[in-house]
Design a protein around this ligand. Structure first.
Ligand code: NAD
Length: 472
């Protein structure tokens, strides 16, 4: 059963709509409003009008709105999970995990809203008191991708609202229905008019308009590095805050002293969640030569046990890709690597259907192959052999991306030493799980700017107002 939003978003309610598809079947599951540039301008104008009163409220009042929003979302958690599975394709258990993860950010930022403090500065000016206070930026725009259609919206919007910004959300055209269901919950929470708005559209022009809009003071974007670069450029004329969570190409480093069974289990977790369509996915699996054969054998066995199919089937581990194009990118990367000498150690089975792609384990991957440098957004596990620590650090850092990295070792001194030298925003040692509301999520180099989650996620939607108060 889909939320009423889905029925509301029918052709008769809007001047134009676009169709939304289930990637598992290719069938149409609903429509979303295809909103116009005039709609974008109106949403921004309302958000700008709402900003003075919203930002002037007590932080505890904003926290209360966030908690009502969280409660409204929690009340339909199962429905939201089903909706995510329908339009994104991930298995229902993963979708439920995404809902819990996303709601955690709303609760976290409700708590953080009341802990935004400034500072009194030791004065260098006789007779003057100096103060620095974080102040909300103004209208914030959240532009989000399709791989986490709920969590990416909540992680941004809850932080911005807690900070005192008003928010306009522009979700991916592949997954607008989850965004509309989130907006419906915001209505139930009775945010004041203009404080929270959602714009859906089939084309990137809506996003472009929001990025360029002079009344928008912050753009928080999650998506590809290619689009992130464009957004940075398009925001320049109006000099606004740009927060970017971009692509990743995570190295997963298995040292010779690692617990091999645990390393394989973590590798499977870090590689195949969301069918590998995850910015944290283990995309370059560096394995020490002395344990390579044992590791790959175990990885093949573990991967062979994974079932691919529709996310609605509770026995399925990997759903379809978001669309056939994404599956084709994976196929091209595998073909290129094999042509240059990589070996397919395992290829799984998947159902018929354009958007399905079966897991692949590629062995003998090297720097001259596309897959070493291009973000792999699918269930392809490229294995790379290394011989020593300095070499693997150098090769792991050989990427424009710097989001996440994984280390598997029993030697914690080595883990700390390697972590310090990896040019990545987040490093996980002996685990595949590292994110959550208290964590400052974000990347270095071309993986992004700014952080989401933690108190910094909120402070990124503020800047400092400085006061010099002179006593005559
Ligand atoms: P995408 O960059 O194609 O699109 C993301 C969003 O940007 C969509 O809403 C799209 O409509 C909008 N958009 C496209 N062109 C635009 C423009 N010129 N101006 C403004 N908005 C525009 O990304 P995607 O394919 O939806 O998502 C996959 C990418 O997201 C991957 O690269 C992945 O690594 C990245 N990602 C990163 C994180 C992270 O936190 N670092 C999390 C999830 C996904």
């Amino acid at each position: 059963m889909l939320p009423s939003t889905l029925q509301q978003a029918s052709q008769k309610d809007y001047a134009a709509t676009f169709a939304v598809h289930d990637p598992a079947t290719g069938s149409q599951i609903g429509f979303a409003p295809d909103q116009t540039l005039a709609d974008a301008d109106e949403a921004v104008a309302r958000a700008a009008a709402a900003f003075p009163a919203w930002s002037a409220r007590l932080a505890s009042e904003r926290a209360a709105y966030l908690r009502r929003w969280r409660d409204a979302l929690a009340a339909q958690a199962d429905t939201l999970a089903e909706l995510i599975t329908q339009e994104q394709g991930k298995p229902l258990a993963e979708a439920r995990g995404e809902v819990a993860y996303g709601l955690g950010f709303v609760e976290w930022f409700a708590q953080e809203a009341v802990r935004v403090n400034g500072s009194i500065i030791a004065s260098h000016l006789p007779g003057s008191r100096l103060m620095a206070t974080p102040a909300p930026l103004g209208v914030a725009v959240a532009i989000t991708p399709w791989n986490f259609p709920l969590a990416m919206i909540l992680r941004k919007a809850a932080a911005a609202l807690a900070a005192g910004c008003t928010v306009v959300v522009k979700p991916s055209p592949e997954t607008p229905l989850t965004a509309l269901a989130i907006a419906e919950a915001a209505q139930e929470a009775e945010f004041p008019d203009g404080v929270y708005a959602t714009l859906t559209g089939a084309s990137p022009v809506l996003g472009e308009r929001l990025v360029a809009h002079p009344l928008v003071r912050a753009v928080s974007f999650t998506g590809s590095t290619v689009v992130g670069r464009r957004i940075l450029r398009d925001a320049a004329p109006t000099v606004k805050r740009v927060l970017l969570e971009l692509g990743g190409h995570a190295p997963f480093i298995v040292f010779e002293d690692a617990d091999m069974d645990a390393a394989v289990a973590d590798c499977v977790g870090a590689k195949f969640v969301t069918s590998g369509q995850d910015c944290l996915a283990a995309n370059r699996i560096f394995v020490h030569r002395s344990v390579h054969d044992a590791f790959v054998d175990k990885l093949v066995t573990a991967t062979a046990a994974l079932k691919v199919g529709p996310g609605t089937d509770p026995t399925v581990d990997l759903g379809p890709m978001i669309h056939a194009g994404q599956a084709q990118v994976c196929a091209d990367q595998v073909e290129d690597a094999v042509a240059k000498g990589a070996v397919v150690r395992f290829q799984g089975y998947c159902p018929e259907g354009e958007a399905y792609f079966a897991p692949v384990i590629l062995d003998g991957v090297r720097e001259d192959m596309r897959i070493f440098h291009e973000e792999t957004f699918g269930p392809v596990a490229p294995v790379i052999i290394f011989d020593d620590e300095d070499e693997v650090i150098r090769r792991a850092n050989d990427s424009v991306y710097g989001l996440a990295a994984y280390i598997q070792t029993a030697d914690l001194a080595r883990a700390l030493r390697v972590q310090q030298q990896l040019d990545y925003g987040m490093v996980a040692v002996n685990t595949d799980r590292m994110t959550g509301p208290p964590v400052p999520f974000g990347g270095r180099r071309q993986s992004g700017l700014g952080r989401e989650g933690a108190q910094q996620g909120l402070l990124d939607f503020t800047d400092i107002k400085y006061l010099c108060l002179h006593q005559r």
